[in-house]
Design a protein around this ligand. Structure first.
Ligand code: C6P
Length: 421
């Protein structure tokens, strides 16, 4: 299937205009757009199959339950899990990482134990560990990021110690685009006796992510970046690991029996899914994953790689633009963050918005990483299977316009200051 222009008809939102200009959506790292198959699955669920799951013994409830569990099985096969019960549905990556910290972390980490993260983590793979470390007296350490935006693996080896109990890292940086050598890192971490938690929020939308091949112990993902709805995602972990973990939230449907003083819990994954789950969104995420497989993960990867290579090349034409992260598309995903001379990233995003171009500006929930590069914020363009080279061209034109506007206003300001002096 031809990606880019050839697939855009599947994504109704992409035909919108902004102030009379065609929408150029370059913010898929924040959330992807949804194909009509996913939109239809959502509406079909509520029109045809809506009932609570794992509770009713009537036909409709059993149908909803079967579809919900089919979605789980689908995600398990998408991530190469050994069994369906290894997928726990959560609201997304953030909740999945909090789950690991609050359950496995509380049970296994004590005073002086070390948690080794990286400087390029999203806040959702930092803050839950900070909270846990404060509670348990554990110590946080960070693998530094090199000037090229890669992990310093020599430093990783030095930091990995007998007291490292957990290594947490992002598969693909949401800022730098860097794709980290997870397998290599996981092998070294395992040798040192640590478990590995992988944040796959940005990799799972664009490439085949196989938990066994990666050597992960835990892997978190967000459905809304994978062409699925918001509010659904998950955690993968080996069944034995999940089985040994205490539950997360307490409530309905995660128990086998409740007494006044204590309760007993179901087996995974239900032990971790207290209360009414997000059934419709889980089912629609299953459809999103089917859609990605139908298009082909290899084809998606290649398309995003091609656009990224093209963007890295063309962005060099914008004077004063600095790109953070690997400068070539090798081992790199489709998130390209940059700054432009003295123009604040928010101003860049605002001027581009006037051209119908949607990019993100700010620290992208990766404040320590921005601090590492000595900048408070950056602008970011990110690509998915529906983006085109023409949209990259529009971005470059838009950035040249930003430069012209701000060069004019800064020379006017200089003239004013000169005049006033
Ligand atoms: N990054 C971005 O614009 P949630 O919000 O739970 O679906 O995903 C959190 C998350 C975790 N890890 C990485 C690497 C991420 O990129 C994100 C989400 C978005 O970059 C929103 S801040």
């Amino acid at each position: 299937m031809a990606l880019g222009a050839g697939i855009r008809d599947d994504f109704p939102l992409l035909s919108h205009t902004v102030g009379g200009k065609p929408l150029v959506y370059l913010d898929s790292a924040a959330t992807s757009q949804k194909p009509r198959q996913v939109l239809e699955a959502l509406s079909e669920h509520y029109r045809c199959c809506n009932a609570n799951v794992h509770r009713g013994i009537y036909w409709l409830a059993e149908e909803a339950t079967a579809r919900y569990e089919e979605a789980r099985a689908n995600l398990a096969s998408f991530f190469g899990a050994a069994r369906s019960e290894e997928i726990v549905f959560t609201r997304g990556t953030t909740e999945a990482l909090n789950l690991v910290a609050a359950t496995w972390g509380r049970a296994h980490l004590g005073p002086g134990d070390e948690i080794l993260l990286t400087e390029m983590e999203h806040h959702s793979n930092i803050v839950p560990w900070q909270m846990l470390a404060a509670e348990r007296g554990a110590i946080l350490k960070y693998v530094p990021v090199t000037g090229e935006g890669r992990l310093d693996l020599d430093a990783f080896d030095r930091l990995l110690a007998g007291r490292t109990k957990l290594v947490g890292l992002v598969h693909q940086s949401n800022v730098l685009g860097t794709i980290n050598p997870v397998r290599e890192i996981a092998d070294r971490a395992h040798e040192a006796g640590a478990l590995v938690v992988v944040d796959a929020a940005q990799s799972a939308p664009h490439q085949s992510v196989d938990v066994a091949a990666l050597g992960a112990d835990f892997l978190a993902f967000s459905g809304h970046k994978m062409l699925g709805p918001m509010g659904i995602g998950g955690l993968w972990a080996r069944y034995a690991l999940l089985d040994a973990m205490p539950p997360y939230h307490g409530g309905g449907e995660m128990i086998t029996s409740v007494g006044l003083d204590r309760s007993t819990y179901k087996d995974p994954p239900h032990k971790f899914e207290a209360g009414t789950p997000n059934v419709a969104d889980a089912i629609a995420l299953g459809v999103a994953v089917d859609y990605m497989r139908q298009v082909g993960l290899e084809a998606i990867s290649e398309h995003v790689h091609d656009l990224t290579a093209y963007a890295l090349l063309r962005l060099k034409e914008v004077p004063g633009l600095v790109i953070y992260g690997p400068q070539t598309a090798t081992d790199r995903g489709g998130a390209v963050s940059f700054t432009l001379d003295c123009v604040h990233p928010h101003d860049i995003a605002q001027v581009l918005d006037g051209e119908g171009i949607a990019v993100r500006a700010g620290h992208h929930c990766a404040e320590p990483l921005h601090r590492r590069f000595g900048i408070p914020a950056s602008a970011r363009a990110s690509f998915h299977l529906y983006n085109t080279r023409a949209e990259v061209d529009a971005l470059v034109e838009g950035l040249l316009k930003v430069r012209r506007l701000f060069a004019r206003s800064s020379s006017a300001a200089k003239e004013d200051a000169h005049g006033a002096g």
